[in-house]
Design a protein around this ligand. Sequence first.
Ligand code: HEC
Length: 177
Amino acid sequence: MRTNFAGFFLAAGMGLIVLLLGLGALSMAGLVSFVPSVNQALAVEDSLAVPRCGNIDMPAMSSVSYVPTTAQEKEGEALFKSNCYQCHDVNEKVVGPALGGITKRRNISWLIPWIRNSAKVVASGDEYAIKLFNDNGKQQMPSFQGLSEKEIISIIKYVEAIEGQRAVAYPTTVAVD
Ligand code: HEC
């Protein structure tokens, strides 16, 4: 009786091992799948209308896609588009440098006089300004004497908001295949 029991468990154990090995082989051959396929996952993603473009990294998006949320950002957007947009983007150099991360490079007490009259800052001997001017083919940025401190701060806040928005909305796509 005892040997029969032992024999039974041995046989059952062997059977289980054979079954697992078989399943393993099938899954390696791609016939049986334990995880939902990538295509199924992508179909769900499509149905949720998540922006996606396969393995291709998204190109830098135009700042136009950002919808400002606060009154300050709205003011900043309007001023940016009417005064700065033709020469500046957030991620790419246009005529002037990309403005993304500007508050990490320069503080607001430098930015206000610069935007109001960049030539004056260059003439004052400011090293950063001189280098910036030389690196951009000595092309002088127009002066915006009419912009108040508050308006300039709104523009800077808008630029910062676009940076954040892009980081969330357009992550670098990871290859799935
Ligand atoms: C006609 C083109 C033009 C316009 C319009 C313009 N800029 Fe510029 N901007 C430049 C150039 C060129 C530079 C590089 C510095 C230089 O050559 O004097 C620059 C530099 C800057 C910098 C310094 C960037 C850095 O990396 O340190 C800031 C900040 C800036 N601009 C903000 C603005 C803002 C804000 C506006 C709108 C109110 C504006 N600019 C409008 C051409 C322009």
